[in-house]
Write a protein that binds this ligand. Structure first.
Ligand code: ADP
Ligand code: ZN
Length: 754
């Protein structure tokens, strides 16, 4: 048999490599190239994993329909990385490979550069040797009218020609250009240009990319910074893979170290990849890199269209870019010669992708660093337990910055016990007297405050006074949140919305009451208390529009906001020098959740938000309201004592057998009823057990969110130290029940288990 066959990954979760025949009339595709292949009744874009391969012994072979790329679309380094992801995270290889491509490429589109019409003065063409002939200048007809003369002046001054859109802006319309074209004075050519990604930001948002003079090169490092830098420098000079945890309190100058290190790596001719959790929320890091390295940097942000992303991707692929800054998907940027990978705020949960392939950007970054022989720096004030335990075990280098620059003190934190507040002022107190007083003081001094409540909406529960039934989402197992501005109750999982019914659906009672509060209610109370103050709220309800968050952040920086109310969005790495007070309305929002990371998340959020206070010349203060002032995550955050938190938390994880002390895989099975989901989960769990997972299988049980968007969910866990054996056992089980594949989600190293 001399059939030409290739193995291809197609974007179907969990599906392995497929073999296709390459018909004689098609070119031979290489590994990493895209091909169109038939799959069932569809034709999909896949990626070649191996060529050639032997044809399978049995079964009909289908033909590749089209070879989309002459050369590899994905560079070998990214193919290898994606295949590692597919294997480790139990996703299909096609899923992981296509995930590493820009969205448009997944649909099989080639390029999407913008076409522009450019007008050129013909004499320029002649002088470049590309003109119509010697006599073009000699017979030039006279120019008529001001418009033609203006056009001529503009075009004569731009030898490369001018886009028609630019000419129009300068007052020269299309008809004038066409007239000149007919007279042989102007030629119009079609050009393909790449979009400048910074253009897309537009308007006032643009300022976020052009922070000026914020990092004068050559300023002196603090002794702690210098010490940490020496170690990182050494690693870079060694030119080998090494991972380092840079643990520095908020405001200790980690970003400055990233910039210097990047500079060093670039000087040595290698490239730099910087991962950030969310660019819109923390534009400062991206802006600083842009300010320092200019056009050698490309920044990937959510404001980019698919087309812009595509252009950028090709610029990187061609090697035109030396520094890439982006969110988790940028870990697959098609860069060669990587010398340094920085993962800023490495603890942030945004690094975990919650759809297949369910990879963790930080962990993939470390693997990429190993494959590329690059230095990996993980930076955080509140490292994940994973990274901290790796550092403690000596697998990562560990560098610490314990002081803020200029020895600015960390904010002083006061805990307010809300149980006492309720005892004296009643149970519906939202903001304590202590916090009101502190806010008033800041207003009187013209300083800024931030108030955090990590829960949006006005009221979190609507219930019947007669039978106590709550309003629940008809599609999900959660209560609906009341949003006053919309006059509707809304589901935060599926977006279902409705007006509050006139009567209780259970008993017909007519008195529906609200309880619980979110950011919308906090904003309303603060406004009522301080009518003259400039108050802004930031949460997913107010920040829907692209660019809206940048406008708010800029307004705070300019001093146009007195009090900023918001969810965790306001806790990220912002550097607002005039914020001197941070209030936390309820530190406990995340603690009631049945999730092994509840304490870690609470500690991180509180420490980060407290770190927003006192970053300028004035000292900061934080007031944290809580029902559990003795809880170790609240106490450690108040003391901003990472070590104390880590010691207690790692002990809890050890005792309870939770990551990072053990490997965890979560298997969720969906069904049209909870009974069906549970039955299937039972079947899969026992097949998994039979397959010898070398791990404990726990469950199945209904997932904490047992119904989302009309789908019921049951789950079981595998806990063990042999991830390979655990994944293989699940794979064996799914091979025996292939019809369950599409209902099953396998989450390796799950971030959340609710
Ligand atoms: P982090 O990222 O650790 O929270 P930043 O890098 O934002 O801290 O630094 C906090 C502030 O200190 C920034 O305004 C930064 O420009 C400034 N800074 C950093 N290093 C130095 C230094 N060596 N000398 C003076 N200012 C510095
Ligand atoms: Zn819902």
């Amino acid at each position: 048999m001399s059939e030409r066959c290739v193995s291809v990954g197609v974007p179907v979760p969990g599906l392995g490599r497929l073999t296709y025949r390459v018909p004689d009339h098609l070119p031979w595709p290489v590994r990493g190239a895209r091909v169109s292949v038939p799959l069932g009744s569809r034709v999909v874009t896949g990626c070649v994993i191996e060529a050639p391969v032997l044809p399978p012994e049995s079964g009909m072979l289908k033909d590749v329909v089209e070879v989309l790329d002459q050369d590899a679309f994905l560079p070998e380094s990214v193919v290898a990385l994606a295949l590692w992801v597919a294997d480790y995270y139990a996703a299909g290889p096609g899923d992981a490979l296509l995930n590493a491509m820009p969205p448009k490429a997944r649909k099989g589109e080639a390029t999407s550069f913008r076409r522009v019409s450019i007008a050129e003065w013909v004499e320029h063409l002649a002088s470049r040797g590309a003109g119509p002939g010697d006599d073009a200048g000699a017979q030039a007809p006279a120019l008529r009218g001001d418009k033609q003369r203006a056009a001529a002046a503009l075009l004569k001054s731009t030898p490369e020609g001018m886009p028609l859109s630019e000419l129009r802006k300068a007052g020269v319309g299309l008809s004038t250009v066409r007239t000149l074209e007919r007279a042989g004075l102007v030629r119009i050519r079609e050009d393909i240009v790449e979009r400048d990604p910074f253009e897309a930001v537009g308007g006032t948002d643009r300022s976020m990319w052009t922070l000026e003079g914020t990092t004068p090169a050559g300023r002196e490092l603090t002794p702690e910074q210098a010490h940490a830098y020496r170690h990182m420098e050494e690693a870079v000079l060694a030119g080998q893979f090494k991972t380092m945890l840079l643990q520095g309190v908020t405001g200790s100058g980690k970003t400055e170290l990233y910039l210097r290190l990047a500079d060093l790596v670039l000087q040595r001719g290698r490239r730099v990849l910087v991962l950030v959790p969310e660019i819109a929320l923390t534009p400062a890091v991206a802006g600083l890199f842009r300010a320092r390295f200019g056009r050698r940097v490309t920044i990937q942000h959510s404001g980019l269209s698919d087309g812009e992303r595509h252009d950028q991707w090709h610029r990187i692929r061609r090697g035109d870019v030396e520094v890439v800054i982006g969110t988790r998907s940028a870990v697959f940027a098609p860069m060669e010669h990587l010398g340094l990978i920085i993962v800023d705020e490495e603890h942030d949960q945004a690094y975990k992708q919650e759809e297949t392939p369910r990879y963790h950007g930080r962990d993939v970054a470390v693997v990429r660093g190993r494959m590329a022989g690059a230095v990996v720096v993980l930076g955080s004030a509140t490292p994940s337990l994973e990274s901290a335990s790796n550092a403690a075990a000596g697998r990562y280098g560990h560098l610490t910055l314990t002081q803020r620059v200029w020895n600015r003190p960390l904010a002083e934190v006061r805990l307010v016990d809300m149980r006492q507040e309720f005892a004296t002022h009643g149970a519906d107190v939202m903001i304590s007297q202590t916090l009101w007083d502190a806010l008033e003081l800041r207003l009187s001094r013209g300083e800024q405050s931030m108030i955090l409540l990590n829960r949006r909406g006005f009221a979190t529960v609507v219930f019947c006074r007669q039978c106590a039934a709550t309003l629940e989402c008809p599609h999900c197992s959660v209560t609906l949140t009341f949003h006053r501005a919309m006059r509707k109750v809304r589901c935060h999982y599926c977006n279902y919305a409705s007006v509050i019914p006139k009567a209780c659906g259970t008993c017909g009672g007519e008195f529906l009451e609200q309880s619980g509060f979110g950011t919308e209610r906090v904003e309303a109370e603060v406004r009522a208390r301080f009518p003259g103050a400039r108050i802004t709220r930031v949460d997913r309800d107010t920040i829907r529009r692209r660019g809206a968050i940048a406008n708010v952040l800029n307004a705070v920086t300019r001093g146009d906001v007195d009090i900023l109310v918001g969810t965790q969005m306001i806790a990220k790495g912002h550097d607002f020098p005039s914020v001197t007070l941070v209030g936390v309305v309820s530190a406990d929002v995340g603690l009631g959740v049945s999730d092994f990371r509840a304490a870690e998340r609470t500690f991180q959020l509180l420490t980060q938000v407290v770190g927003r206070a006192g970053r300028g010349d004035m000292p900061g203060e934080a007031i944290v309201q809580t029902l559990y002032p003795e809880h170790y995550s609240v106490k450690a955050a108040a003391a901003q004592d990472y070590a104390a938190f880590y010691t207690q938390e790692i002990d809890f994880r050890l005792r309870m057998h939770y990551p990072p002390t053990i490997g965890l895989i979560n298997v969720v099975v969906r069904g049209t009823s909870l009974g069906k989901a549970l039955d299937d989960a039972h079947a899969l769990a026992s097949l998994t057990k039979q397959a010898g997972p070398r791990a404990t299988v726990l469950g199945p049980a209904p997932a904490p969110m047992s119904k989302i968007k009309d789908e019921y969910r049951a789950q079981f866990f595998l806990k063990g130290t042999h991830r390979r054996a655990m994944r293989d056992a699940i794979e064996r089980a799914l091979e025996q029940r292939p019809e369950l594949r599409r209902k099953t989600v396998v989450d390796v190293d799950p971030y959340s288990t609710s």
